[in-house]
Design a protein around this ligand. Structure first.
Ligand SMILES: Nc1nc2c(c(=O)[nH]1)N[C@H]1C(S)=C(S)[C@@H](COP(=O)(O)OP(=O)(O)OC[C@H]3O[C@@H](n4cnc5c(=O)[nH]c(N)nc54)[C@H](O)[C@@H]3O)O[C@H]1N2
Ligand SMILES: Nc1nc2c(c(=O)[nH]1)N[C@H]1C(S)=C(S)[C@@H](COP(=O)(O)OP(=O)(O)OC[C@H]3O[C@@H](n4cnc5c(=O)[nH]c(N)nc54)[C@H](O)[C@@H]3O)O[C@H]1N2
Ligand code: SF4
Ligand SMILES: [Mo]
Length: 746
C-alpha cells in the first residue's frame, strides 16, 4: 500500500485513507476506503483499490457515510435529563466535564453503598465497541457485570465457545487467501472446490473476519457453492446444491451428512487416527440419523442429502462457513459440534483453501485479557449467572443474558442499580428477546448512561446522561478481523475530521478510567495506548500502522502438527485430550451429552403439534439487509429509500390462501406477541415458512413515550420468548418459532 495516509490537495481539501469499522455498525471487516474532506465536511467516500482484502469495493452503508456523519438529527454534544423526565424529550446540553462529574459521583456512590456489582454494562455486537466495553466494565467502572443481552448469547459467542471446547483454536474462518498480499495468486493457496454456506449470507452480512465479495472472487476461480438455507438468496440461486431445510432442523442434517460420510468410508482416516478423539462413539451416534430419517425431519430428499454429503467429502478442499443459524438455535451447540466434526473428519482443518484456525492467544488480546484481573476474585465471583452456566462463563467474560433479565426483575442475588448502554439499542427488535420484559425490567435502574450517535428508543426511554459518539471517520483506532482470534490483518482507522464534541469508546474508557482508577490507565493518549498494544506483537507503533495501512501477519497451515495451537508448544489441539474432540469431555462434565444429537425447536409443528394448529407457519427472522446494521441506518434517506419498510417474506400460495397481496401490511402473531410488517411474495420460500426482518423503529415518528419512535409496532422480537435456551446456556429460537399471519386491516 502507499505510504501517505493523508493527502493534502491544492484547493485546501484532503483525502484520508482508512479502514472502516464503527459506528455506524459493522463487524471487523476493515474495508479500505478514501475519505474526501472539504471545508471540514466529509464529501465523498471511495473504495481503496490498494487495500488487499476489499480491493476498492464498498457497500452502500459506507458509500452513504457523508449522510450519516452530517445528519441533522445526530447528537454531537453530551446531554443530561432529570430521571423524572425519562421517556420525554427534555434534554439539556452539558459539557464533558459536567458529564464526568455526574457519572463519577454516581459510580462512586453505587460502589460505596451497594458494591460495584450493582453496575451493569450492556454491549452489543461486533462493532469496535466490543474491544472496549469489557474493559469499560472491568477496568474503568470495575464491575464484573458486562452483559450481551441476547437470549442464549445467540451470536458468535456460541461459535467461539464451541471452537474453544472442541478444537482449542481461534475462530475457524474459511481460507479466502486474505493472509497474502498477492491473495489468490499466492503459490501456497488453493481455491476451495466447494464452499458450504451454512446459514450464512456473507454478501449482505460481511461478518467478523470475512468480506463477502471474496466468495464471488472464489466462484470466478471455480469454487462451487453448497447453500444450506430455507430461503433463496443470491448465493443459493447460484449453488450446485441448495439444501432448503425446515428452519431449525440443521443439526439433523449435519448428523445425516456425517452418517453418509462415515458409513460410505469417505473420511480422512489418517487425520481421524492422528488427531481426533471419540471417532467410534461418533460413528455409533450417527447411526441414529440415516438419510431417510433426516429427510423426514428437514424436508430435504434423502437422495440429495447423500449426493451432497459425497460431494462435500470427496472434494479437496471443502470449506464450511458457519453463520448465525448456528447460534440462534437452542440445538446450536450440537450443530456447531457436528459442523466442526465434518470439517475435521474430511481433512479440511488448517489446510490451504479449507478452514483456517487462529492460534490460542488472540492477536492484540493481552491487554483485554489483563483487564479482567483488575477486579478482585471476590467481585468476579459475583458475575451474574456465571456459576449456573459454566460452559458459557468459561469461554465468555460476560454475565448470562437470560439470568441478567431475571436479576433485574427479581433483585436476586442482588439489585442492579446503574446501567451503561454502550453499543446496544436493545428494546428495538435487536439485541433482546421479549423486549417488553426488558423494557419493564430496565425501569428499575436508578441511573443510566447511553453512548450513541443518534437518539434511539432505548436512549429516549432510559438515558439520564447521553454521551455522543464519533463515526469511524472521526476517530483513531485499529481494526482486526475476528477481534484478533483469527486475525487475517490489522488495519489503521484514521481520524479524518471532527464533528461536535464526540468521543470514541476508547477515549471514554480512558478518560473515565483515569478519573476512577488512574492506575489502570497509564497511557497519556489514545495513540500511545495503541502503540503500546501494537509494538510487542507487530513490531510497529500506531504511526507505523497508519503508514502501512494494513498489516498482514502471514499464516502457517497445519499448526497442530507443529505445536502452534497449544500454549505448551506440543503438537495437537488445545483441548483436554489434545485432539479434536468428536466426543467432548467438557460437555460431559457440564452435564450435556458429549456427542451431537438432534432436538426439535421448542415450538415447531413436530414438538408442539397442538399449538401448530393455531400457529401453522414456521417463522425465521433477521436475515441481513445490506442497507442497515440491526437498528442502525433507519434515518439515512438514501438507504431507507432502498428498504423503506420492514418486510415479511411469504410464499405466494400461502399468501393467496390468506388473502394477502404483495405490499399488504400484515400481522405476524404467536402466543408471545404480535408484529406488523409488509408482505413480500417470494416463491422460493416454502409454503409453511415465513421470514421477517428485525431491527425496525421509525426515527420519523413520535420520540416520546409511549411511542418511542414507534418501537412496538414492528417489533418481531416480541414473538421470541426468553430462556428457551440450550442445556449449556447457549442459543435461542430466533430462527425457528411458530406464528400465524393475517392481513392488517387497520
Ligand atoms: N448489513 C448487515 N450486515 C450485518 C448485520 C446487519 O444487521 N446488517 N449484522 C451482523 C451480525 S451481528 C451478524 S451475527 C451477522 C449474521 O450474518 P449471517 O451469519 O450471514 O446471518 P443472517 O443474515 O442472519 O442469515 C443468513 C442466512 O441464514 C438463513 N436462515 C434462516 N433460518 C435458518 C435456519 O434455521 N437454518 C439455516 N441453515 N439457515 C437459516 C437466512 O435465510 C439467511 O439467508 O451479520 C453481521 N453483518
Ligand atoms: N429477531 C432477530 N433479532 C435479532 C437477530 C436476528 O437475527 N433476529 N440478530 C441478533 C444479533 S446476531 C445481534 S448481534 C443483535 C444486535 O444487537 P445490537 O448490537 O444491540 O444492535 P443495535 O440494537 O443496533 O444497537 C447497537 C447500538 O450501538 C450503536 N453503535 C454503533 N457502533 C457503535 C460503536 O462503535 N460504539 C458504540 N458505543 N456504539 C455503537 C448503534 O448506533 C446502535 O444504537 O441483534 C439480534 N437480534
Ligand atoms: S462491509 Fe460494507 S459497511 Fe462494512 S466496512 Fe466494508 S464497505 Fe463498509
Ligand atoms: Mo450478531
Amino acid at each position: 500500500m502507499k505510504k501517505e495516509w493523508k493527502q493534502q490537495h491544492e484547493d485546501g481539501s484532503y483525502t484520508v485513507r482508512t479502514c472502516g469499522w464503527s459506528p455506524p455498525g459493522d463487524h471487523p471487516v476493515g474495508c479500505g476506503m478514501k475519505l474526501h474532506v472539504k471545508d471540514g465536511k466529509l464529501v465523498k467516500v471511495e473504495g481503496d483499490p490498494e487495500h488487499p482484502i476489499s480491493q476498492g469495493r464498498l457497500c452502500v452503508r459506507c458509500l452513504s457515510l457523508p449522510e450519516f456523519v452530517h445528519h441533522p438529527d445526530r447528537i454531537i454534544y453530551p446531554m443530561k435529563r432529570a430521571p423524572a423526565d425519562r421517556g420525554q424529550d427534555k434534554w439539556e446540553k452539558i459539557t464533558w466535564d459536567e458529564a464526568w462529574d455526574i457519572i463519577v459521583e454516581k459510580v462512586n456512590g453505587f460502589k460505596q453503598n451497594h458494591g460495584a456489582e450493582s453496575i451493569v454494562v450492556f454491549g452489543g455486537t461486533g462493532r469496535e465497541a466490543c474491544l472496549y466495553y469489557y474493559p469499560l466494565g472491568f477496568s474503568s467502572l470495575q464491575t464484573p457485570n458486562v452483559c450481551y443481552p441476547l437470549s442464549g448469547w445467540s451470536c458468535y459467542g456460541p461459535r467461539c465457545a464451541i471452537t474453544d471446547y472442541i478444537l482449542g483454536a481461534g475462530y475457524p474462518e474459511i481460507d479466502f487467501a486474505g493472509h497474502y498480499p498477492d491473495r489468490y495468486d499466492n503459490p501456497a493457496y488453493k481455491v476451495p472446490e466447494y464452499l458450504v454456506l451454512w446459514g450464512k449470507m456473507p454478501l449482505w452480512s460481511n461478518p467478523d473476519g470475512f468480506y463477502g465479495h471474496s466468495i464471488v472472487d472464489m466462484m470466478k476461480r471455480g469454487t462451487k457453492i453448497i447453500s444450506i438455507d430455507p430461503r433463496l438468496n443470491w448465493l443459493s440461486a447460484r449453488a450446485e446444491y441448495w439444501m432448503q431445510l425446515r428452519p431449525g432442523t440443521d443439526t439433523a442434517l449435519a448428523l445425516g451428512f456425517l452418517n453418509v460420510i462415515i458409513n460410505e468410508d469417505l473420511y480422512d482416516h489418517k487425520f481421524v487416527e492422528d488427531w481426533c478423539y471419540g471417532f467410534e462413539q461418533l460413528k455409533e451416534r450417527v447411526q441414529q440419523y440415516p438419510p431417510a430419517k433426516v429427510a423426514e425431519i428437514s424436508g430435504i430428499p434423502a437422495a440429495k442429502i447423500i449426493e451432497c454429503a459425497r460431494a462435500m467429502a470427496t472434494a479437496k478442499p471443502t470449506a464450511i462457513q458457519w453463520g448465525l443459524a448456528v447460534d440462534e438455535n437452542p440445538n446450536g451447540v450440537q450443530l456447531g459440534h457436528a459442523i466442526l466434526s465434518l470439517s475435521a473428519i474430511t481433512g479440511n482443518l488448517d489446510v490451504p483453501g479449507g478452514i483456517t484456525l487462529g492460534p490460542p492467544a488472540a492477536l492484540l488480546g493481552k491487554w483485554r485479557v489483563e483487564t479482567r484481573s483488575q477486579i478482585s476474585e471476590e467481585l468476579w465471583d459475583k458475575r451474574i449467572g456465571a456459576k449456573e452456566w459454566p460452559a458459557l462463563s468459561t469461554a465468555l467474560a460476560t454475565t448470562h443474558p437470560d439470568e441478567t433479565l431475571d436479576t433485574l426483575e427479581t433483585g436476586k442475588p442482588y439489585r442492579l442499580r446503574m446501567g451503561w448502554f454502550n453499543s446496544s439499542n436493545f428494546i428495538t427488535p435487536t439485541n433482546s428477546a421479549a423486549p417488553q420484559r426488558w423494557y419493564e425490567a430496565l425501569k428499575t435502574l436508578e441511573f443510566n448512561v447511553v453512548q450513541d450517535c443518534f437518539m434511539t428508543p432505548t436512549a429516549m426511554a432510559f438515558a439520564d446522561v447521553f454521551l455522543p459518539l464519533p463515526t469511524f471517520a472521526e476517530h483513531d483506532g485499529v481494526v482486526l478481523t475476528h477481534f484478533g482470534r483469527n486475525a487475517i490483518f490489522v488495519g489503521a482507522m484514521n481520524k479524518a475530521f471532527s464533528v461536535g464534541e464526540c468521543k470514541s469508546d476508547i477515549e471514554v474508557c480512558m478518560e473515565l478510567g483515569k478519573r476512577l482508577n488512574p492506575e489502570n490507565w497509564p497511557w497519556a493518549s489514545v495513540e500511545e495506548f495503541f502503540s503500546d498494544q501494537l509494538k510487542p506483537e507487530l513490531g510497529i507503533d500506531f504511526n507505523g500502522l497508519r503508514e502501512a495501512g494494513v498489516f498482514q501477519p502471514g499464516y502457517t497451515y497445519r499448526k497442530h502438527e507443529q505445536g502452534l495451537l497449544r500454549y505448551d508448544g506440543e503438537p495437537g489441539f488445545n483441548t483436554v485430550t489434545g485432539k479434536v474432540e468428536l466426543c467432548s469431555t467438557l460437555f460431559e462434565e457440564w452435564g450435556e451429552d458429549p456427542l451431537p444429537y438432534y432436538k426439535e425447536p421448542p415450538y415447531s409443528p413436530v414438538s408442539t403439534p397442538e399449538l401448530a394448529k393455531e400457529y401453522p407457519l414456521v417463522l425465521t427472522t433477521g436475515a441481513r439487509k445490506v442497507t442497515s446494521f440491526h437498528s442502525e441506518h433507519r434515518q439515512i434517506k438514501s438507504l431507507r429509500d432502498i428498504d423503506p419498510d420492514p418486510i415479511m417474506e411469504i410464499n405466494p400460495q400461502t399468501a393467496a390462501s390468506l388473502g394477502i397481496k404483495e405490499g399488504d401490511w400484515v400481522y405476524i402473531e404467536n402466543q408471545f406477541g404480535k408484529c406488523k410488517e409488509k408482505a413480500h411474495l417470494m416463491p422460493a420460500i416454502k409454503p409453511d415458512v415465513v421470514h421477517a426482518t428485525h431491527g425496525w423503529w421509525f426515527p420519523e415518528e413520535e420520540a416520546e413515550e409511549p411511542s418511542l419512535y414507534g418501537v412496538w409496532k414492528s417489533n418481531i422480537n416480541t414473538l421470541i420468548p426468553h430462556k428457551h435456551i440450550g442445556k449449556l446456556g447457549f442459543g435461542a429460537p430466533f430462527k425457528s418459532i411458530l406464528c400465524k399471519v393475517y392481513k392488517a386491516e387497520d
